[in-house]
Design a protein around this ligand. Sequence first.
Ligand code: NDP
Length: 291
Amino acid sequence: STHPVTVLGLGLMGRALAGAFLRGGHPTTVWNRTAAKADDLVAEGVTLAGSLQDALTANPLIVVCVSDYEAFHGLLDPHGALLEGRALVNLTSGTSEQARETAAWAAGLGATYLDGVILAVPQAIATPDAILLHSGPAEAFEQYEPVLRSLGPTTYLGTDHGLSALHDIAVLGLMWSVLNGFLQGAALLGSAGVPASAFADLTTRMAATVADWTPGYAKQIDEGAYPAYDSTIDTHLAAMDHLVHESEAAGINTELPKSVKAFADRAIAAGRGGDGYAAMIEVFRTPSEVG
Ligand code: NDP
């Protein structure tokens, strides 16, 4: 089935989205503050709206992908009356609070609102590697999923509009932790003359192994019991000490090793030394003592 769709915002990502909708068979209307960014899309068959008002009234479904929520509201707040009865899918990155506030704003205008995040670069849009997460009313997701699917595999997270943004930042946190761990290791090995590329293969294999542990640990976290099937936090701590000392001896940065060790120290102080690693969730759930 074809659903006509309007795309607002033709940055690197917005252009990829509009092209994917068109190629997915959905008549696509676009608008961008800088109109020239629509040129290639127009050549492909996309319709460039003559004004923002025309873009908003062209279709029942409006997908927005601009830099941030300030830009989103700067564009849409002056035209709220045009949004009544329409569906907005906001793929602009932001916080869960911004998503929830914007949902309330849209409800006040009589518009349907779905929030969404894109865990992909523009080049991955419309491939199986793109991850798109949505949150908001289930009926709206079901109604528009056939169109949204043109962008890549979509997942619906629930009715709380903040869930997309929270998942986005949780996954980015994971990404930074993996990358920081890699960089610490590369610096450590570099101090012994080992090139980073020689460490990449070991990193790939170890990262996959560690990723495989997470479903089991997730089950322990959800059940609130952390039996040490593999290794205790006490055992981890001894190796963390080595990471701190090796980094000091190599004359490289020790902030990450020290914070890794500090998490375990706190878990052990709370009596969790004999438990498995997932017991550290209690440290992560607790507000930090030092600001
Ligand atoms: P770009 O910087 O390439 O594009 C930004 C877009 O926002 C342009 O269309 C720009 O219009 C518009 N814009 C910015 N400020 C205003 C404003 N005040 N009024 C009107 N329009 C405005 O960014 P991307 O396309 O890469 O990113 C867009 C969103 O997608 C962001 O929230 C980003 O976090 C998210 N995203 C991007 C990814 C990526 O890999 N690029 C990955 C995942 C999410 P103009 O062309 O006129 O400047």
